[in-house]
Design a binder for this molecule. Structure first.
Ligand SMILES: [Zn+2]
Ligand SMILES: [Zn+2]
Length: 304
């Protein structure tokens, strides 16, 4: 067994500092987490202090309405982000005892046990786990993750079978907050008489804050929209970016046998849960795939 795998197995597959096995010390991930919190905090500050709490807006009933609505979106954004960061993405448990995979290694060129199709269990030659179909190894997390989509530095975690719902919710609420902030800033500029009467809206500092918020909202809004679209396409085609790349490299542009014959709504329910569709918008466990049973469960026995 490899040294990294042995160390993780010795700790029961859990991180010694957080005890959950999902605390990543990746500097890029930590930086992106801080940047996320700073960006959200700054946007909320500018919306409240430099848009809504200005004399013109403050006297209107729209002020409390927008304040509550915008902060509700921010709370949902942070809640879904927190769940995406700390939720188990679907990490494949490490074997309790060392397994000799030398015979498998010798029979393969690059990986220990290449799957001929997506239905085979394989052995990871990095963390040495016997993993279910569609699980892939993350080089940042050093673990295999079930139906791994990608490793996202913005949540400092993998996006996998069990936390993809929270990740998509995070994208959704970030896009919504960006759109909302853009709308509020543009409203104060296009209709200054309604929202900025008697205010110091022409103050350079206030203008600078609003411009920065507008730029931030446009950049983040476009960014998350692209990723959100890719995530939905990935779900309804039942093919993760890793699988798309692998099939392209194998020169299998169009498989004769489709990967799935499931209807799109069934594929969406596998990610967002089988409960009421309203639950798809809340970062809760009530209708998560794990609550209704993952597509394949942890296997305590490694029958290799
Ligand atoms: Zn692995
Ligand atoms: Zn990862």
């Amino acid at each position: 067994m490899g040294a990294a795998a042995a160390a993780a197995a010795a700790a029961g597959g859990r991180c010694p500092c957080c005890g959950k096995g999902r605390c990543q010390a990746d500097p890029c991930g930590v930086l992106c987490l801080l940047l996320t919190y700073l960006s959200v905090g700054y946007a909320d500050y500018v919306v409240l202090e430099h848009v809504l709490l200005q004399p013109g807006f403050r006297a209107s009933l729209w002020c409390p309405f927008h304040a509550v609505a915008f902060n509700f979106i921010v709370v949902m954004l942070l809640a879904s982000h927190t769940r995406a960061v700390f939720a188990d993405p679907g990490t494949v448990p490490l074997p309790e005892t060392a397994i000799d995979f030398s015979d498998l290694r010798s029979s393969s060129s690059s990986t220990s046990h290449k799957s001929r199709n997506n239905e085979d269990w394989t052995v990871c030659n990095r963390c040495e786990t016997y993993r279910p179909p569609r699980a892939h190894h993350c080089r940042v997390c050093h673990r295999c993750v079930r139906r791994m989509d990608h490793h996202c530095p913005w949540i400092n975690n993998c996006v996998g079978e069990l936390n993809q719902k929270y990740f998509i919710q995070f994208l959704f609420y970030t896009g919504l907050a960006s759109l909302y902030a853009m709308g509020l800033v543009l409203t104060t500029w296009l209709w200054p008489g309604d929202s900025a009467e008697g205010s110091d809206s022409g103050h350079p500092l206030q203008t600078a804050h609003r411009i920065i918020l507008l730029v931030e909202s446009v950049l983040f809004g476009l960014f998350v929209t692209v990723i959100f679209y890719d995530q939905l396409v990935s779900i309804i085609t039942d093919e993760t970016p890793i699988e798309q790349l692998r099939n392209r490299l194998r020169k299998e542009p169009h498989r004769e046998v489709p990967h799935t014959r499931k209807p799109k709504i069934a594929l969406l329910r596998e990610v967002f849960g089988r409960g009421f569709m309203i639950c798809w918008f809340f970062p809760c466990n009530c209708s998560s795939p794990s609550a209704s049973g993952p597509s394949y469960s942890y296997l305590p026995n490694y029958d290799v």
